[in-house]
Design a binder for this molecule. Structure first.
Ligand code: GLC
Length: 797
């Protein structure tokens, strides 16, 4: 069953049944002013920090409430409903609704009792407040008396935890006022008047476009005793009782009584934010001209759609197109901007950027906005310690050159991260490579960037130190030591344990750096890299290859993890995909390893991260045991690695397999299976439950996951085969045999390229002929210097 569809033209997902199996969310604004909203208007807002800037309350792990509620009441029949299906939840046979989640806006359209409503929610571009525009149209043939109510549940304190738990304090620091057309809430109001510093805060919910008939600033007064969000007493009565809070929970509730003639539309604009009274007045004034909303909405759409324009694909699979052109791309921007800051699962308590997550997130937008990516790459490089490792957590207020490191107790205390990860800085290599490939900007390597803890170097030297970090921390077999953990947070091999995944990442990093070293004629270093890469390659081959698979690693005490003879967890996904991606596996090994993956890890919902799950035979350090079988790192279908296996299969020219994995795990492909998958069909989650779970196929942890970028890379570099390097663009698609033709429109270094891939014979990889602007080329490669402003490429498979 499905609950909606993809509108590819408008770049929207349209929810046609509001009773979705989970709250299906959208992101508004940015962490400067962040707002999350579900298809039933549930969600919360914060200013700058989810932890310390929370202004709207949300009950996590609950029934998607409260939210940005707009109630509508027929003052003659006294019947009432809400502009989102919930919280009132009218019978769906009489209440018709559509929720349009778009790029940074959400519009809810409903029709009930011959009143059509449209509730549009957005944060204006680069602004730090939110707008709820309610349009009401009388579709009947008689004059209607309608009351509209807006309700916002303010927190009593900006600190989320304090608001939730320290009630003996937070209940007594806030009060509300009614001023003209708005509720103003103050926190620690007296501090504003105090001589030394004004620490008090003010929030507001205001109305433009109509006058306020009645109001509440007190939550209990608005809702009423033993009432709830679905039947607030004020809405039931058609009137708020103008009670303001004092030593109780505050809220913003505004009521406007309207007369709407047949066919007429009335518009109300509610604005909410954390601003003082004067600023709020200035903001509200702009919306007296209600067309201002349309202008702002257009601005938002123009901005976001322009971010998505650099790549457009047309394949026979509309799910693939919807994901790559809009939703996966949009999710990449959301993870890029929001990191893991706030969702319905991440409650907003994170205080920084995870190193590896962020460096991976960057990869997802490089083909769309490489310069935006470059800014973040610089930032992340400035969080590399001078020993070459990455800071496991980069604080939001990161001060490059002046940070403590995991070697300092103070860092460990401040971040809770006890030690270096083995993989963090190694993610920089493919990320920098992709940026330089997309732009041709080799001078990037010469930019000087500080180290987190002092000193500075060119990016090229930073990368060298990245290699150095691993080389100076080798385990007994001369592979990089596991340290605290590698990509897999749940895998503790011991400080001197060794991870094959990290070894492969290091091997790959060496290939990348060698290319740059050659460019720089850094001959001594080339000789060094060549030698250590050869040694590392031999070691991995010797220690990690086992018949038809690469093992996962070697524990500090010598125990091999992921060996065929293990009872549990004897087959791991990432070493197989990364053996291919890193270029380490021979062709024969690659074929065998990928076949083993398909045989032992594939499921109808994607590929398991390992199998069988740990239950009785976990080694010490296998923290995955904490999770139920087939869940997360314990044999679940971890979503991030789906992108890597799609990439690996594509690199081998296995378009059919790559596509099989895409179809199994892609949200859009599961649109009609929403009751099983539960999560939004337009976003990747962190993992999907696998075969041993009674809920096989159920996905979790929406939106903020590295999956967005890995699957994007798997599809764009892998299946579409768009692989830029410093000098041009390799085009090497690996697509399912059934795709007879695909078209790719790509902007590359400011030039337009239309690539037509023709596949009449049903190949799944490789090519026969390659044409650039009518000229037959001897390779499937577009040298950057041969590009015109507009280019036609034909690749015959
Ligand atoms: C989560 C973490 C990521 C880690 C992965 C696997 O997605 O955010 O850092 O690599 O889990 O453990």
């Amino acid at each position: 069953m499905n609950y909606g569809y993809f509108d590819n033209i408008n770049r929207e997902y349209v929810i046609t049944r509001p009773d979705t199996p989970a709250p299906w969310a959208n992101y508004l604004g940015s962490p400067e002013y962040g707002a999350i909203i579900s298809n039933n208007a549930g969600g919360y807002s914060f200013v700058k920090s989810g932890a310390n800037g929370r202004i709207l309350r949300y009950q996590f792990n609950s029934e998607d409430k409260p939210g940005r509620y707009l109630y509508i009441r027929d003052d003659e029949t006294k019947d009432y409903w809400s502009a989102s299906w919930q919280p009132v939840g009218k019978d769906m046979s009489t209440y018709k609704s559509e929720c349009h989640h778009g790029t940074a806006y959400t519009n809810m359209i409903a029709e009930y009792a011959q009143i059509k409503s449209e509730a549009l929610y957005y944060v204006p571009l680069n602004k730090t407040y939110e707008v709820w525009r309610l349009k009401l149209t009388n579709t009947s043939d008689k004059t209607r008396k309608i009351s509209a109510f807006a309700y916002a549940e303010f927190t009593n304190e900006n600190n989320y935890e304090q608001d939730q738990v320290n009630l003996q304090y937070t209940l007594f620091i806030t009060r509300t006022y009614f001023k003209e057309n708005k509720i103003v809430q103050t926190i620690n109001e007296n501090c504003n008047n105090a001589v030394n510093g004004s620490t008090g805060k003010e929030r507001f919910l205001g109305l433009a476009g109509a006058s306020v008939t009645s109001y509440n600033g007190d939550k209990a007064a608005f809702l009423g005793r033993y009432h709830s969000y679905g039947n607030p007493i004020a809405v039931e009565n058609g009137m708020c009782d103008n009670v303001l809070n004092y030593n109780s929970n505050g809220c913003g509730a505004l009521h406007s009584a309207l007369t709407i003639e047949p066919g007429e539309t009335k518009e109300l604009v509610f604005v909410l934010g954390q601003k003082n009274n004067d600023d709020a007045d200035v903001i509200l004034k702009q919306y007296e001209d209600i067309s201002f909303v349309e202008t702002e909405l257009q601005e938002l759409k123009d901005y976001w759609h322009s971010q998505l324009e650099n790549l457009n694909v047309t394949t026979p699979d509309s799910a693939f197109n919807s994901m790559i052109n809009t939703w996966n791309a949009y999710q990449c921007f959301i993870t890029f901007i929001w990191s893991r800051a706030a969702s319905f699962i991440y409650c907003g308590q994170r205080n920084g950027y995870g190193y590896r997550d962020t460096v991976q997130d960057i990869q997802g937008i490089i083909h769309l906005n490489p310069e935006l990516a470059a800014e973040k790459i610089r930032f992340m490089i400035s969080a590399q310690v001078d020993n070459g490792g990455g800071l496991p957590l980069v604080k939001y207020d990161h001060n490059a050159g002046h940070e403590d490191t995991p070697d300092d107790a103070s860092y460990v205390k401040a971040t809770g991260h006890p030690a270096y990860r083995a993989d963090d800085a190694l993610w920089l290599f493919p990320t920098v490579y992709k940026y330089i490939g997309e732009t041709g900007n080799k001078a990037f390597l010469d930019e000087v960037i500080p180290y987190a803890n002092g000193g500075e170097d060119t990016i090229y030297e930073h990368l060298k130190r990245g290699i150095g970090f691993s080389m100076e921390r080798l385990g007994d077999h001369k592979m990089p030591a596991g340290l605290h953990a590698d990509w897999n947070d749940c895998l503790r091999l011991g400080k001197k344990g060794e991870s094959s995944f990290v070894a492969m990442q290091l091997y790959y990093a060496m290939t990348i750096l060698k290319e740059y070293a050659e460019d720089k004629k850094d001959s001594e270093y080339i000789a060094y890299l060549t030698q250590i890469q050869k040694e590392l390659g031999d070691t991995i081959q010797k220690e990690c290859w086992e018949e038809d698979r690469f093992v996962r690693g070697i524990k500090e005490d010598g125990q091999v993890i992921g060996s065929k003879k293990d009872i549990e967890a004897n087959m791991w996904l990432n070493p197989q995909s990364w053996a291919v991606i890193s270029g380490l596996a021979t062709k024969e090994q690659a074929e065998l390893a990928l076949e083993s993956v398909h045989r032992e890890l594939n499921t109808p919902y994607g590929v398991r991260v390992m199998a069988p799950s740990f239950q009785k035979h976990a080694f010490e350090g296998a923290l995955a045991l904490l999770f139920n079988p087939s869940t997360k790192e314990n044999g679940g279908i971890f979503s991030q690695p789906q992108g890597w296996i799609i990439l690996a299969e594509s690199l081998m020219g296995h378009g059919n397999r790559a596509y099989e994995y895409f179809r199994e795990s892609s949200p859009a492909s599961q649109n009609d299976n929403a009751d099983v998958r539960l999560l939004e069909p337009y976003v990747h989650g962190q993992f999907t439950e696998s075969t041993e779970s009674p809920f096989e196929g159920r996905s979790h942890v929406h939106w903020l996951t590295g999956t967005a970028s890995t699957v994007m890379v798997g599809c764009v570099e892998g299946m579409l085969g768009l692989r830029p390097d410093a000098d041009g663009l390799l085009v090497q698609p690996a697509i399912p045999s059934e795709w007879k033709e695909i078209t790719i429109d790509k902007v590359f270094r400011g030039k337009k390229i239309t690539i037509k891939v023709e596949n009449p014979d049903g190949a799944e990889g490789g090519y026969k002929e390659f044409y650039l602007n009518g000229e037959k080329m001897d390779k499937n490669y577009i040298p950057a210097e041969s590009l015109k402003d507009v280019n036609e490429v034909v690749l015959k498979m």
